[in-house]
Design a binder for this molecule. Structure first.
Ligand code: SF4
Ligand code: SF4
Length: 69
């Protein structure tokens, strides 16, 4: 299955739960602050996403949307 995630950059608090939970290593933490002063997560390797939704389930701020094809 092919998946895609969308991270709401301004909702993210940079806790890294999504980074640690993704079995495919899709997500990294950015080196630029968001408006709240956090380093937000972003999908660095979107081609590897399977749409498993583990990252979204782990996110305490409901900042990740998952799409599947
Ligand atoms: S949906 Fe699954 S594979 Fe895709 S980024 Fe989230 S945890 Fe990783
Ligand atoms: S789990 Fe949510 S709040 Fe934490 S870094 Fe990932 S997207 Fe941001």
């Amino acid at each position: 299955m092919k998946g895609k995630i969308v991270i709401a950059r301004e909702r993210c608090k940079g806790c890294k739960y999504c980074v640690l939970s993704c079995p495919e290593g899709v997500i990294i933490i950015e080196s630029e602050f968001n408006a709240s002063g956090y380093f937000p997560a972003k999908p660095q390797h979107p081609d590897k996403c399977t749409g498993c939704a583990l990252c979204a389930q782990m996110c305490p701020d409901i900042a990740i949307e998952v799409w599947r094809e």
